[in-house]
Write a protein that binds this ligand. Structure first.
Ligand code: PMP
Length: 334
């Protein structure tokens, strides 16, 4: 009898890719967790499954119920796939500046999509606040109820990374991991992986790679939420401390400019055949900075959150990059 795997069974257990060029560059062993290989194409499939399973267990999510979430796209894609597979509906509230590719993907999957203006978090019309209002409204109207996934402070988000991503990294490196670093969107990945690794080796170093425009670098260094600059990377960078990060400490942090992250994306694609999105570029640059800080011979792991194909119109569009005064390789311009 062949194995009968269903969608939730094929989320996670992603390969750990050896990143040859940056390993050679730093004298460390740098690995990237190939999260773009999840069925929905991103690390957020894990979060989606974790949140839905927890809501099923608590009884908050009833059969045929509606799941509402505010997301720049990837969590929405993961939630819609999981909802389709398990018999729920999804309402996704996304900012208008989310990549065209993610919006099209969400439409294709059949999500009910609400696009709202891209405004700062402090504005009550921000997509996260809108999602909360929509969830409250739908909970009253829907015959089977509605839940707000609230990935920024739902403990199920970091718990799934603690139970899966972190354990996989430990097992795949055979416990040899010295450092883990990634950027923060909701903080679920960073907090969950940090907890799993520190439980197994209290000496493991945990790092934050913060894109420009995000406030966490200063928060971790001086306690002050302050940001400068901006980034085209989607899904990462926050101006508040997500609940997932409360009580989490980091051993290392760095700010990463798009100018430093983009060449990693292009070179990884050209030299190693691996296509990743903007946040993975920030993560790789962060891993290089951490490797340089720790010195040669260390094993450092980061996250390849999603695929470059999700950003064709931005990351791989020389016109877009030129307009944003960002670097692009010669081969892209031809
Ligand atoms: N990269 C991308 C492309 C994402 O969509 C997200 C999720 N917002 C992240 C990184 C960050 O992951 P987390 O929410 O676990 O911090």
């Amino acid at each position: 009898m062949p194995q009968q795997q269903l969608l939730p069974d094929i989320i996670g257990n992603t390969p750990l890719l050896y990143l040859r060029r940056v390993s050679e560059l730093t004298g460390c062993h740098i690995y990237g967790k190939a999260e773009f290989m999840n069925p929905g194409g991103s690390v957020k499939d894990r979060t989606a499954l974790g949140i839905v399973r927890a809501a099923q267990r608590s009884g908050e999510l009833q059969p045929g119920g509606v799941i509402v979430e505010g997301t720049a796209g990837n969590t929405g894609i993961g939630l819609t796939l999981v909802a389709n597979a398990l018999g729920y509906e999804c309402v996704i509230v996304a900012p208008q500046n989310a990549s065209q590719e993610k919006i099209q993907h969400l439409e294709m999957l059949g999500a009910e999509l609400l696009l709202v203006p891209s405004v700062p978090y402090s504005d009550s019309h921000h997509y996260i606040h809108t999602a909360e209002r929509v969830a409250r409204g739908r909970a009253k109207e829907e015959p089977n109820g509605a839940v707000w996934a609230r990935q920024f402070d739902n403990p199920a988000n970091l718990q799934i990374h603690y139970a899966t991503t972190g354990v996989e990294i430990w097992d795949q490196t055979e416990g040899a991991v010295d450092g883990f670093i990634c950027a923060v969107g909701t903080g679920g990945t960073l907090a969950g992986v940090a907890a799993a690794l520190r439980e197994r080796n209290p000496g493991v170093k945990i790092g934050l790679a913060d894109p420009m425009g995000s406030s966490l670098y200063h928060y971790f260094n001086s306690g002050e939420l302050r940001a400068e600059g901006e980034s085209i990377a989607e899904g990462i960078g926050v101006s508040f401390v997500p609940g997932n990060l409360h009580g989490v400490e980091v051993d290392f942090s760095c700010q990463v400019d798009d100018d430093d992250a983009l060449p990693h994306i292009f070179e990884l694609l050209k030299d190693e055949g691996i296509s990743v999105g903007g946040s993975a570029g920030i993560n790789i640059a962060g891993a290089v900075a951490m490797a340089q800080d720790m010195g040669p011979g260390h094993t450092i792991v980061t996250i390849l959150c999603d695929s470059g194909s999700r950003y064709h119109s931005k990351l791989f569009n020389p016109e877009f990059l030129w307009k944003h005064k960002l670097p692009y390789p010669q081969w892209m311009a031809n």
